[in-house]
Ligand binder design. Structure first.
Ligand code: GLN
Length: 476
């Protein structure tokens, strides 16, 4: 069996071209490995063997015919279970969607199908992407491949763990407040949250629509650029998606351009209470980036301390409205009841877990008349201040470097009964969603211990900057 370890999109593509293996044989290898390994990791909620083997065969036919291949032809991917693939279940890890089968493809899936990718299966998440540990899944607890007693992070914990445990070459997740970057940091892989509007959200089960964005999990920054390039683009089915032309520098950054970028280090992100290992490894990453020739500069993002509170008003408000549609009639399992109201109540009582319920209640409260101005409207103003902080900072620097999380992966069960301490694991990622910016989580080089990530935040539509720095960082 060809080693799945260290197999990247790039290497897979080269291997196919050189006929070192066939796509079919590799798909089989992945399913064999998943069968062996996923019993302990529990990254996948469902596997998609029949369709995957057919997709792999089609890739091999293309190769045999000498047709031109995309970078993703035959590449085995894992997809978070809140992204729709026609004909497959899409549960969002909620009981209310346990038996829901998607009747259409998300736009990102359509694009990946055209590119010839192979979908191995759907991965575990916190219910409706609400959480930071994947423990809020209604179905199973995913383990961190680096230490089985620890969480993989969340909410895209299944996708991060699948890539980290070599059960997929790459994966897709979604990020509303950190759900790609935080699990990437905990599992030692690369996670990119694109600029809001860069990637279509059509076919993503919505959590908080003004914050959600789909993005890649990969083993390398180079792969992140490759996968991002395949899924980006304006989509008539998502009015918030934008037409932006990303040039060649996404895949082929030039060192002379990268060297010119100025990196800001915000003092508000290096506070007391930051874990020692995280501090050390992030400082190390800063030094490495300086050694590439980039200049760094201390900056300030003064409203950072309000980001978490602001997020926990805006996000639940949007959650409460997005989750209204789950009534047991159009979606989900239907309970027996005497009248309509009773039916809604029973379906939602049975169908939602406690974190979903908590956020629906919170959201309904902050939107209710009498509280709307005091909470929701005020939070929207604070959101503008946070956005402005970044705009001001980006007058002085091109990229901002921060830790991804205050600590490395925590123990399973450690925070589940204390929602507030769980919410705190996203303090460094949430401001980015509020401002709609692109950011990437890159594993800091380490000499043992648990993985730690550092975050590069870019200007709007400037994914090329953060991916460029990242690609040179990983070459060192
Ligand atoms: N962990 C954060 C939350 O619980 C972010 C979730 C996400 O990005 N989907 O809301």
């Amino acid at each position: 069996m060809h080693s799945l370890h260290s197999l990247t999109i790039k290497k897979f593509h080269d291997g196919l071209l050189k006929k070192e293996f066939s796509a079919l044989e590799m798909a089989q290898n992945f399913f064999d490995w998943i069968e062996k390994k996923d019993g302990e990791i529990m990254a996948y909620l469902s596997l998609n063997k029949d369709l995957a083997m057919r997709q792999a065969e089609e890739a091999d036919i293309k190769i045999a015919k000498g047709e031109s291949l995309s970078a993703l032809t035959g590449v085995p991917l894992a997809i978070k279970d809140n992204i729709l693939i026609e004909g497959l279940t899409a549960t969002a890890a909620s009981k209310i969607l346990k038996d829901y089968t998607a009747s259409y493809d998300a736009t990102v899936i359509k694009k990946l199908k055209t590119a010839g990718a192979v979908f191995l299966g759907k991965t575990n998440l916190d219910e409706f992407a609400m959480g930071s540990s994947t423990e809020n899944s209604a179905f199973q607890k995913t383990k961190n491949p680096h230490d089985l007693s620890r969480v993989p992070g969340g909410s895209s914990g299944g996708s991060a763990a699948a890539v980290a445990a070599n059960m997929a070459v790459a994966a897709l997740g979604s990020d509303t407040g950190g759900s790609i970057r935080q699990p990437a940091a905990f599992c030692g892989v690369v996670g990119l949250k694109p600029t809001y509007g860069a990637v279509s959200r059509f076919g993503l089960i919505a959590m908080a629509s003004s914050l959600d964005q789909i993005g890649p999990f990969t083993k390398t920054v180079e792969d992140s650029a490759i996968l991002f390039k395949e899924i980006l683009g304006q989509d008539g089915l998502d009015a918030t998606s934008a037409e932006v032309s990303y040039g060649n520098e996404l895949l082929n950054p030039k060192l002379e351009d990268i060297k010119k970028l100025k990196v800001g280090i915000p003092e508000e992100y290096f506070v007391e209470g930051l874990d020692k290992e995280v501090t050390e490894k992030v400082q190390e990453a800063i030094k490495t980036i300086e050694s590439l020739g980039l200049k760094t500069k201390k900056i300030s993002l003064p409203h950072t301390k309000y980001a978490l509170s602001c997020y926990y008003i805006i996000m639940p408000a949007e959650v409460s409205s997005n989750l209204e549609r789950f009534d047991g009639i159009r979606y989900g399992t239907r309970q027996k009841a005497d009248n309509l109201l009773e039916l809604y109540k029973k379906d939602r009582e049975m169908g939602f877990g406690s974190e979903a319920k908590r956020r629906i209640l919170l959201g309904t409260f902050v939107l209710s008349s009498g509280y709307y101005d005091a909470y929701y409207a005020k939070a929207q103003k604070v959101r503008q201040l946070i956005k402005k902080d970044f705009e001001e900072a980006f007058k002085e620097v091109d990229v901002i470097l921060t830790p991804v999380t205050p600590t490395p992966a925590f123990k399973i069960g450690e925070k589940i009964s204390d929602p507030l301490s769980m919410y705190l694991s996203d303090v460094f990622t949430i401001p980015v969603n509020l401002a709609g910016l692109p950011a990437i989580s890159i594993p800091a080089k380490s000499s043992g211990g648990l993985p730690v990530g550092f975050q590069l935040i870019g200007k709007k539509w400037h994914e090329a900057d953060i991916l460029g720095i990242g690609q040179y960082y990983e070459r060192l």
